[in-house]
Write a protein that binds this ligand. Structure first.
Ligand code: FAD
Ligand code: 2HG
Ligand code: ZN
Length: 505
């Protein structure tokens, strides 16, 4: 029911989704294909051959519906190129026929960026078959990979050669590196290693006219003019298609220690972060805040989940320290003393320090299943926000007060990367189930959270991007000048707007 209301809400508001009807229903088609479109489709089919594309509506379904089940688009064809040259040839055909292209990786976007619109023609270009590791240079601490490599596979490849690729997020088993780079993904290790943008030395991109921009440089220093790769990192497929990238690797950690801590308040959590960073010699790899409702949902919906602490608390932190040296007892002992001191000082109310890899994984399962369990509970109005780390406690309070003014019975599902100043400040409908009223308040709830974010100098999209979900809101929170510069870049590279139209700007 919740999704049904979201569909109808978005349909009324944006005119771009369907209310539970089949996307294949021809009579619902709201656009017509031109002769140029038909020619482009036919040329793509001939170029790639029958094993490289699909057109059957039911088989294409997973490519046109987003992970959250909010956006349902339609497409004429899904194509799976195997090489950069094939991508370039497809894009050239599309440029000639002015046929829009939606680049797609694992389709785990949180903001409807990876699925086509419902009311305009497009093809989906899925990178999943471009999944080779082209080069692994252990001594240069780099690997050159194709866009369709699954993130988890890249982490494993690095690890097998005693190296570390630190990008990590709950969707890592299905998201692809091209999608990670196109969204400048964050995840749980940003505090120590930076977000996806900071893990890239070079990219290869197919531009909207079909030219290949060769930029697979494995250099840590290169100041030869504008650094073009940054245009494409975080551009959500609106400026070109990333086909390959050179990724930075790091020494593999020798010891990882995880603690699940109940903290006395959000501000105690931030004080704990400060202490952990300074007192560990800046060895904090992860600092994730988890509110009680998140724990409740995971315990309710995810089999075999267990609360590591005996009692209920309001806020938790999953804190990890890493050591890159073999002898890591010293760090473990320091971790224990940081925790006991924080307990003496009332910052921590209770804590469990993982004694085995299984225990550590069990802690992570509580955190990583936050999104999945929310989905099972009935979706929520998500706010992927960031503010300066020091402002998190006062932001948290102010934003929640503002939401309660709109919907006094709303439930707060707050969690995420507090160590980066990034919270998933998600608002769930009241338990009493006034779904329709709640959804009708969508704009007001967004406004309550986002205007508070703005007041604290924050961002309305810390890591998920803009996609379709926040496109309308972006104009309220970016300056006129910034929007103009973005538009100029878009027009310069993609004058016919064939790259992922209807997304970002
Ligand atoms: P897709 O969803 O397929 O695409 C995302 C965007 O990139 C789209 O706009 C698409 O058009 C574009 N794109 C895809 N591939 C290319 C390409 N090769 N070239 C150009 N454009 C391309 N995100 C975070 O940042 N941090 C998290 O912690 C996090 N956790 C998540 C947890 C769960 C359970 C889920 C479902 C999602 C999570 N996400 C998170 C969001 C999502 O996983 C990331 O945005 C991810 O980087 C998207 O990768 P993907 O391969 O699925 O890309
Ligand atoms: C995470 O950190 C993701 O797990 C998803 O960014 C956040 O569900 C969400 O809002
Ligand atoms: Zn996140």
């Amino acid at each position: 029911h919740f999704l049904l209301f979201i569909h109808s809400y978005l349909k009324t508001k944006l005119g771009c989704t369907k209310v539970m009807s089949s996307v294949s229903d021809a009579k619902d088609q709201t656009y017509e294909l031109t002769a140029a479109h038909l020619e482009a489709l036919s040329k793509i089919k001939t170029l790639i051959g029958p094993s490289g594309y699909i057109t059957e509506t039911d088989v294409m379904q997973p490519h046109v519906v987003d992970w959250r089940g909010i956006y349902k688009g339609r497409t004429e064809l899904v194509v799976y190129p195997k090489t950069t040259q094939e991508v370039a040839d497809i894009v050239k055909i599309c440029a000639q026929g002015v046929m829009p292209i939606v680049p797609q990786g694992g389709n785990t976007s949180m903001c409807g960026g990876s699925v086509p619109l419902e009311n305009s023609p497009s093809i989906v270009l899925c990178l999943s078959r471009m999944n080779r590791i082209r080069d692994f240079d252990k001594n240069n601490y780099t690997m050159t990979v194709e866009a369709g490599c699954i993130l988890q596979k890249l982490q494993q490849t690095a690890s097998e050669s005693d190296r570390y690729f630190p990008l990590s997020l709950a969707a890592e088993g299905s998201c692809m590196i091209g999608g990670n780079l196109a969204t400048n993904a964050g995840g749980t290790n940003v505090l120590r290693y930076g977000n996806a943008r900071e893990l890239v030395l070079g990219v290869e991109v197919v531009l909207p006219d079909g030219q290949i921009l060769e930029g697979l440089h494995a250099l840590r220093k290169d100041n030869t003019g504008y650094d073009l790769k940054h245009l494409f990192l975080g551009s959500e497929g609106t400026l070109g298609i990333i086909t390959a990238a050179v990724l930075k690797l790091f020494p593999k950690p020798r010891g990882i220690y995880a603690a699940y801590c109940a903290v006395s308040s959000v501000s105690a959590a931030i004080e704990l972060l400060n202490r952990a960073r300074t007192e560990s010699g800046d060895c904090v790899e992860t600092f994730e805040l988890i509110s009680r409702l998140v724990m409740d949902l995971v315990l309710k919906h995810i089999p075999n989940s267990q609360d590591p602490l005996g009692q209920r608390y309001q806020h938790y932190v999953l804190l990890e320290l890493v050591s890159t040296t073999e002898d890591n007892h010293e760090l473990y002992n320091r971790f224990e003393s940081i925790l006991s001191k924080a307990m003496e000082d009332g910052l921590i109310l209770d804590a469990a320090l993982a004694q085995s890899e299984d225990q550590r994984q069990a802690f992570w399962s509580l955190r990583e299943n936050a999104t999945e369990s929310q989905k099972i509970e009935g979706a929520s109005i998500k706010h992927d926000i960031s503010v300066p780390i020091s402002s998190i406690p006062s932001f948290y309070e102010a934003a929640w007060d503002a939401v309660l003014e709109v919907e006094p019975e709303a439930r707060l599902i707050a969690f995420g990367h507090a160590g980066d100043g990034n919270l998933h400040f998600n608002v769930a409908e009241p338990e009493t189930g006034k779904t329709e009223d709640f959804i009708n308040n969508w704009d007001r709830i967004n406004e309550a959270v986002h205007s508070t974010v703005h007041k604290y100098g924050g961002s309305i999209s810390a890591e998920h991007g803009i996609g379709q979900l926040k496109r309308e809101e972006l104009v309220h929170y970016k300056t006129e000048t910034a929007l103009q510069v973005m538009q100029k870049i878009k027009t310069a590279l993609d004058p016919n707007s064939i790259m992922n139209p209807g997304k970002v700007i």
